[in-house]
Ligand binder design. Sequence first.
Ligand SMILES: [Zn+2]
Length: 467
Amino acid sequence: MTETGLENPHDFGRAFRALQLTCERALGSPLYREQPSNLRLASMEDFQKLPLTKRQDLQRVGIHGTRAVPLEEVCHYGETSGTTGASNSTWLTAGDFARNAQAIAVRHPDIFAPGRIIMNRFPFMSAPAHLIQLIAQQGAGVSIPAGNINWDVPFPRALDLARRTGAQVLAGFPFEPIILAKLAQARGLDPAKDLALDTFFLGGSPLPPVLQRRIEKIWNARVIELYGSTETMLLGTGCCERSLHLEIDHAYCEILRLDSEEYADVGEVGRLIVTTLGIEGSPLIRFDTGDRVRRLPPCACGDPRPAIVVLGRDGDEVKLGGSQFYSYEIIEAAAAAADAIDSSVFFTVVLPDRLLVRIEAEFADPAPAYTALRHHLRDVKVEIECVAPDMVLDTETLSRSPSVYKPVLISDWRGPERHILSIDQGMIEWPALGFAEAGRWLNRIWKKALTRRRLKQKIRVAKRRGE
Ligand SMILES: [Zn+2]
């Protein structure tokens, strides 16, 4: 590895030429055209002198500010979910998508291949949903567009689709396999035996190895991680050693120290800075992704490309006891605790004085879970609550998801069809719970309300003591 970014050490010249090309392209966008820095690179030093592009810079230039090509050349608009308030805009060409899709398919020929059926559970607004479709269109599989944030494909229907089609791959969010496995088990199925899924291609939230192993065990399948962002598109995918390798031909990555512009060492947490190499629509130069990552030592799989762990977003850190934790670390600890008592279903609650981990494992001895939590979170005060089935993930009501229809404008009450009075009623039919089901559901609501009251009471007492 050189002293600079994370380029291919064997092809430094190629990386530099790619950076030159990105800088030339970027001059087409208001974001960079109006910037005083010199984007005509003569050397790598010129590149390293360029200022970082911050999220605020993207927001300042407005919706078309990052677009470097005429609208006629664009085929896709995307924006970040804007959970923190403002959202960033990105404009992509058909070529941008084609390059990303091909990169994924070429990297994983055993997952994406002709005739392999892929359940595409990524939501429609997210770029991976479209990449999976494109991978299939390029000849590397058969995609079922079954986005999960979509009422016409709720979890039970997704499970049915996977079973009936014999899908081998499921692409989606990291917790999706856990939910589907629980639904399958609730129906008396064994996920490992009764479904053909052999690979989960997952991204969008932390996916620590302990969670990967858990999913692999329940499903007798592999897990491959996908990493990217709306602004930069594809940044990396996982390998057989469960490491996330950066796609350095598509993104020039730098990991800077948290408090300076120096490069972070292996093992050190740093800021991930990305210069896009394969994007014509909205190229970005030294973009501060806001992601906190840790560089890993050379991977045992033999892939020379650098590998990282994505810990979370800047500002998402949680203070517990005297230490800061990233969302990845909390999920890793909780997943390990659940795994220690042979459960996959957990939920964490950050309380003023401790971390509460709720695990679906009724009657389990929590001692091994406490040991696992302490191993990961050291001296943080923790509490484990082992709860009954369906108290954390309610498959019974999840299975009774509403039926969704096309909008209708006429309802004929003379026949046995549904008697509806409005468009919204016509689109959705909420299931009616049976007496026993309703009783169990109310019981779970009641128990959760008790837990909530107990926790709030404790917080009040703790606050009073602190005054
Ligand atoms: Zn590897």
